[in-house]
Design a protein around this ligand. Sequence first.
Ligand SMILES: NC(=O)C1=CN([C@@H]2O[C@H](COP(=O)(O)OP(=O)(O)OC[C@H]3O[C@@H](n4cnc5c(N)ncnc54)[C@H](OP(=O)(O)O)[C@@H]3O)[C@@H](O)[C@H]2O)C=CC1
Ligand SMILES: Nc1c(N[C@@H]2O[C@H](COP(=O)(O)O)[C@@H](O)[C@H]2O)[nH]c(=O)[nH]c1=O
Length: 385
Amino acid sequence: MPQPYVLLSAAVSLDGYLDDTGPERLLLSGPADFDRVDQVRAASDAILIGAGTLRTDNPRLLVNSPERRAARVAAGLPEYPLKITVSASGDLDPEAQFWHTGGEKVVYTTDKGAERLRTLGLPTGPAGVDVVCVGPDLEWPAVLDHLGDARGVARLMVEGGGRVHTQLLQQGLADELQLAVAPVFVGEAEAPRMFGTGAYPGGPTSRLRLVETRPVGDVVLIRYVPSVPGTGPTVSAADRHWLALACELAAECPPSGTAFSVGAVVVAADGTELARGHSREAGDPVAHAEEAALAKLDPTDPRLASATVYSSLEPCARRASRPAPCARLILDAGVRRVVTAWREPDTFVPDATARNAVLAEEGAVVVVVPEYEDRAKEPNRHLVG
Ligand SMILES: NC(=O)C1=CN([C@@H]2O[C@H](COP(=O)(O)OP(=O)(O)OC[C@H]3O[C@@H](n4cnc5c(N)ncnc54)[C@H](OP(=O)(O)O)[C@@H]3O)[C@@H](O)[C@H]2O)C=CC1
Ligand SMILES: Nc1c(N[C@@H]2O[C@H](COP(=O)(O)O)[C@@H](O)[C@H]2O)[nH]c(=O)[nH]c1=O
């Protein structure tokens, strides 16, 4: 299984805090928003919190609505989503409600943390806690890989706290951010902030993409998705969004029995969409997606050198209908990163993938994200079965 879709969820004060410094958890959401959060939980395979939140809030992290739990069971899912926490220290209270309520639980920890956890007497047995040791340090990609592969988690809701949200966002691993902005001021320098200091993808000039705003009682729900491409071979959450868009564009191509339907998007390093295109665009019966997108750009645009081309099918390296194949157009444009869902089958060109090695041979990084292959193939079923 691929890594899960990672949804960061939090309520935040107008001055950017997650909580105050008092002993009780600060309720920033109102009743309507807590109900919305319950709905998001019910739609998730797993809910993750950092050990800091576990220690401070003593949460239960349940789906509170009996109807939502019943709907999960009717759909063949466990009554409660899997609960997950992460801790390097292993310094966790075995009496915390987290361990004694809801369904299955996992704690991801380090070698040192695992030693400490063994001494705590956490609930064991079939309904007990699964302690997963990931080595000397806890790296998020390893945790997400494990959640996808070993636990089959497709949709992960992360409910804080600030350190966990900050790391996932800074490492380009968050697919979506759901912020409930509450009409409250905390005003305490020592209170936990929603996001910490450090480098965020694309820096302060790059903007996340707004997908929704909605009043929920007196708070406002804001949903953003990150837009900054990954670097080199590393696939960021934003890479998956752009590749999904390329696959959607492929579905817009006029059908053909003699050519693939492909979509492409060119995205600058700060997450700005520069151009998009699809096969046979604007009535041109032989236009390719990457060619159509690049044709919309000024070839001297300085952003091209650090841009990423997303293409549902890997760019062609040989074609009869035009003098230059798309791989050549991409290299000539100065682009050095390509993300694609589907290696070219030999339907129209023998040894297509071997020929397509030209991109890598001339210094471009080609990243294949096979979890999107089915979407890329969908408008081409009549060609490849
Ligand atoms: N308003 C809201 O919606 C929410 C508010 N909150 C608030 O946030 C506050 C807690 O946030 P915060 O203090 O930032 O804590 P976090 O919940 O982010 O937990 C941080 C802890 O998680 C573990 N951890 C995090 N990243 C790693 C890593 N890469 N490797 C190993 N361990 C890791 C460490 O545990 P360890 O120390 O054991 O090694 C670390 O101390 C609370 O006040 C809570 O009320 C929390 C969630 C939502
Ligand atoms: N304070 C706060 C949140 N806090 C989150 O809710 C968790 C507790 O949930 P439960 O176990 O159901 O009581 C807590 O650990 C933290 O992750 N969430 C929000 O949407 N809005 C809020 O104002």
